[in-house]
Design a protein around this ligand. Structure first.
Ligand code: CUA
Length: 161
């Protein structure tokens, strides 16, 4: 049996191998340097009882005992609560979000915060804002007629603790 591989085929084998290595490398680099990771948090909630829930019945920003900030938010047709979300600069912020109706998106423009908000589940992620200022929250999952109007705001204040 001959192991002769045509020169063009050899070139393309190497080209494909190099491209695969490049793409995998891009995933590893973005995960390591920009914390781009799939969400891994699984916590459930009855979507019909979000408004009576002890946590989500009162969307708010709260300071935890360790000084970190927690935002309890609700995405619904067609708004985010609370709005605006006001947090101090320089403190890690953990968002906990759920939806009482349909699937929404929750993307904070200018940060790596971007999650789906799925009825029945609680999405959680932490984010460090790069600088004080206003950040736009957009819904990036089509959720109905006013989907394109569904937006909110995070105000990161200068206050340093
Ligand atoms: Cu909510 Cu699109």
């Amino acid at each position: 049996m001959s192991s002769k591989v045509h020169v063009y085929e050899r070139i393309w084998l190497w080209a494909a191998g190099i491209m695969i290595a490049g793409f995998l490398g891009a995933i590893v680099v973005s995960a390591a340097s920009h914390a781009v990771q799939p969400p891994s948090h699984v916590e459930t909630i009855d979507p019909t009882k979000v408004d009576e829930d002890v946590e989500f019945g009162n969307p708010r920003v709260e300071t935890m005992a360790d000084g970190s900030i927690r935002v309890v938010a609700v995405s619904r047709l067609f708004s985010f609560e609370p709005d605006p979300i006001e947090v101090p600069y320089g403190t890690p912020v953990t968002f906990r979000i759920t939806s009482p109706d349909v699937i929404h998106g929750f993307q904070i423009v200018g940060t790596n915060a971007n999650t789906m908000v799925i009825p029945g589940y609680i999405s959680q992620f932490s984010v460090k804002f790069p600088k004080p200022g206003e950040y736009l929250i957009v819904c990036n999952e089509y959720c109905g007629l006013a989907h394109h109007m569904m937006q909110g705001k995070v105000v990161v204040t200068e206050e340093v603790k």
